[in-house]
Design a protein around this ligand. Structure first.
Ligand SMILES: Cc1cc2nc3c(=O)[nH]c(=O)nc-3n(C[C@H](O)[C@H](O)[C@H](O)COP(=O)(O)O)c2cc1C
Length: 194
């Protein structure tokens, strides 16, 4: 498969960055063609300003966003890797969706409702968190986190298989726990198409 990894973290020494490396290795070992989109390295401007919204509503897609869409549509598999920030996606990733998932490319509306237009076979979402699993379970946070990214974005745009994985206690975990997760993520890459 052709897999696009969309990576969102400002620090190249972060655990998130290590997740990208291991996932990419697993995907390549399994024979997938991989492209990496590093939104901070690209310095992607996430704010959908009045003029951008007016262009979108007039069906005008700026050249920079056309390039982003070409990267998105090149792939038939997607991986998103990001830290949980205030129960959600970092603003730069949210803004990337605001600009790139345009009507007519990612979804369309009709009298019957919304039709997803993306043809990707699978998306995997890897999220790191500072909180503990017990805390998240206690407030049903997994559902809260799942809904905007999976239900509200990727499934909404037609991707039939979306799998979300949350890694807890990341700032305080031991080296052995980190390595175990990195191995799991490499394996996830190897089995992306299984
Ligand atoms: C702006 C900001 C908001 C955060 N919000 C949350 C949150 O809502 N829930 C949580 O469990 N952790 C939260 N965290 C902690 C991060 O998710 C955690 O530090 C990160 O996933 C660790 O991965 P890293 O070492 O690759 O940065 C937040 C951190 C920052 C900087």
């Amino acid at each position: 498969m052709r897999v696009l990894i969309v990576y969102t973290h400002p620090n190249a020494k972060s655990f998130n960055h290590a997740l990208v490396e291991y996932c990419q290795q697993g995907l390549i070992e399994a024979g997938h063609e991989v492209r990496l989109k590093d939104l901070y390295a690209e310095n992607f401007d996430p704010v959908l300003r009045a003029e951008h919204l007016a262009e979108l509503q007039a069906g005008i897609i700026p050249a920079k966003i056309q390039q982003e869409q070409a990267d998105l549509l090149w792939a038939d598999g997607l991986v998103f890797i990001y830290p949980l920030w205030w129960f959600g996606r970092p603003a730069i990733l949210k803004g990337w969706f605001d600009h790139v998932l345009t009507r007519g490319v990612a979804y369309d509306y009709s009298q019957e409702g919304v039709t997803g237009l993306l043809k990707h076979k699978r998306a995997v979402v890897l999220i790191t968190a500072g909180g503990s699993q017990d805390y998240f379970k206690g407030i049903d946070a997994e559902t809260l986190i799942h809904r905007p990214m999976t239900d509200g974005t990727l499934s909404y745009c037609g991707i039939p298989k979306v799998d979300q994985f949350i890694y807890y206690n990341v700032p305080t975990m031991s080296e052995a726990e980190r390595l175990a997760i990195l191995d799991q993520v490499k394996q996830l890459g190897r089995e992306f198409d299984a």
